[in-house]
Write a protein that binds this ligand. Structure first.
Ligand SMILES: [Zn+2]
Length: 289
């Protein structure tokens, strides 16, 4: 068993740690293959070692997605689908192992207590699978949120124009244009104090998904609260007091909550901006997220 301390492993890079198990399984496949060629092991042994390699790869995938240190920021929708596939295969494997163990009990060659580890493994993998499903749903909702933000930002002036009594899908506040890590810290602390829970940040700075959709989200933060909820109204009030630019999105389509959130910071710019008459657009400040 190779033991790597978590800290050192993260420094060494996630990929390096994640593949240690896979590497070992691959070496085992190679070793068994040689033995089978020499006739020292049956062909079945090769199939078993190959199955173990596939399983190690699935575990690896779950580790790097479901338990990714930077959470959802590094996950794309495609990756989240792979993650669900891996979780489902794990459940299937433990189901098969359990069935085989049950057969032995039925045949009277193993005691009933021998089922315990298989039942536990099955249960563990089922929990992981439901976590993967919830995770994938979150990734999808985030994607919807970004999509909504993107659609709305292109129509923002039209949508934020003041028409008395009109429903406004988005409200933009320019403030003094500045939003820094210190501001964010202050807001997060204030939120915890006020609501006794951590502020639900759905995207902090750049994310794989924003980039994938062509948006530069550096220096911006998305908070998953409805703009007109108690929390949303409190947050907007603080942002106004601190003169922090933000956009309150009520949703892409009225009533469709997935798009509703509060975007803090200046509007997102295209990731690779087209050169316009005014020159390429650049984000002015880099607050460190
Ligand atoms: Zn945003």
């Amino acid at each position: 068993m190779l033991v790597v301390s978590a800290g050192a492993a993260w420094c060494a890079g996630r990929e390096a740690l994640a593949s240690a198990d896979v590497l070992r399984a691959q070496q085992e496949v190679d070793r068994v293959k040689r033995m089978v060629t020499m006739g020292a092991l049956p062909r079945k042994a090769l199939e078993e070692s190959q199955a173990a390699l596939t399983e190690a790869k699935d575990r690896d995938l779950l580790q790097s997605t479901l338990y990714a240190r930077d959470g959802l920021n590094s996950i794309t929708e495609e990756k989240s689908r792979d993650m669900m596939g891996a979780a489902e295969r794990q459940v299937q494997r433990s189901r098969e192992r359990l069935a085989a163990a049950e057969k032995k009990v039925d045949e009277g060659v193993a005691p009933l207590t021998s089922l315990t580890p298989y039942l536990e493994e099955f249960e563990r993998n089922r929990v992981v699978c439901s976590q993967a499903v919830a995770h994938a749903r979150l990734v999808h909702e985030m994607q919807e949120m970004i999509r909504a933000e993107r659609e709305l930002q292109s129509r923002i002036d039209q949508l934020t124009s003041v028409r008395p009594g009109a429903y406004r899908a988005a409200e933009k506040f320019d403030g003094n244009g500045s939003f820094t890590a210190l501001h964010l810290r202050a807001i997060e602390l204030g939120f915890v104090k006020q609501f006794r829970r951590v502020m639900p940040i759905s995207a902090k700075g750049d994310s794989e998904m924003h980039r994938g959709m062509g948006y530069d989200h550096r220096g911006r933060v998305d908070v998953a609260v409805l703009p007109d909820s108690t929390e949303g109204m409190w947050l907007r009030k603080q942002l106004e007091l601190m003169r922090i630019p933000h956009i309150a999105f009520r949703g892409y389509v009225p009533g469709q909550a997935t798009g509703a959130h509060i975007h803090i910071g200046p509007p997102s710019l295209p990731y690779r901006p087209l050169t316009t008459a005014t020159g390429p657009t650049m984000s002015p400040a880099r607050p460190g997220f």
